[in-house]
Design a protein around this ligand. Structure first.
Ligand code: FES
Length: 203
């Protein structure tokens, strides 16, 4: 399970409070019972805020096992899964907020905080570790000028350390978007970042 940012942990209570508040607001007088899902579909007043997500919710909200694809789509649309967004999905899919939160925090593909345009997933698995991932991380953080999980000043990059990416023969390896960059050295890692910056400057 990925590390949960401290401030995020403190906000889990807020998520559950928010969820209960919305259900209370949407339930007919006297019908709200804590701990029971009874929020009517589409009754939430914040539906406009997440309207791009509605088509997939309409299609899949009653489907078993649809939570992961819905979260993937939500992340694609909004960049990350905020507390409010997860609470909204929980209410709309008639799921407990803790279940949505549990899935979102279990899989490293889900991001709970905003990230830069290019998310760098640097592998710290065993093969990458023994082949020098620590030196790659130091070079990348120096090149980017930020700490892990922070967004660079130009909004372009965030670096996150992850466990095995599943391509150990390429170790040490990082993924940027859909592309795996393998057999890294501190120098090649820096060059890759500079290359992306140059392309972005021309775009
Ligand atoms: S340990 Fe890095 S890809 Fe497997």
């Amino acid at each position: 399970m990925p590390h949960l940012p401290k401030k995020y942990g403190l906000r889990v209570k807020n998520m559950i409070y928010w969820y209960n508040y919305k259900r209370r607001e949407a339930s007919p007088p006297g019908h709200f019972r804590k701990g029971v899902n009874q929020m009517p579909i589409n009754s939430c007043k914040c539906i406009d805020q997440w309207k791009e997500l509605q088509p997939i919710l309409e299609r899949r909200r009653h489907e078993a096992g649809a939570l992961i694809p819905v979260l993937q789509e939500a992340q694609k649309l909004y960049g990350h899964l905020s507390i409010d967004l997860m609470a909204y999905i929980a209410a709309q899919m008639n799921l407990a907020p803790a279940k949505v939160l549990g899935v979102a925090t279990f899989y490293t593909q889900f991001r709970l905080q905003p990230v830069g345009k290019h998310l760098i997933l640097l592998c710290q698995g065993t093969a990458c570790h023994v082949n020098g991932s620590a030196a790659i991380e130091a070079a990348l953080l120096d090149e980017l000028g930020v700490d892990e999980n922070e967004i660079t000043a130009d909004g372009l990059f965030t670096l996150t350390n992850v466990a095995c990416l599943g391509c150990c023969s390429l170790s040490p390896v990082m993924m940027i978007g859909e592309t795996a960059h393998g057999s890294l050295t501190p120098d090649t890692a820096r060059q890759i970042i500079r290359g992306i910056r140059t392309k972005e400057a021309k775009a």
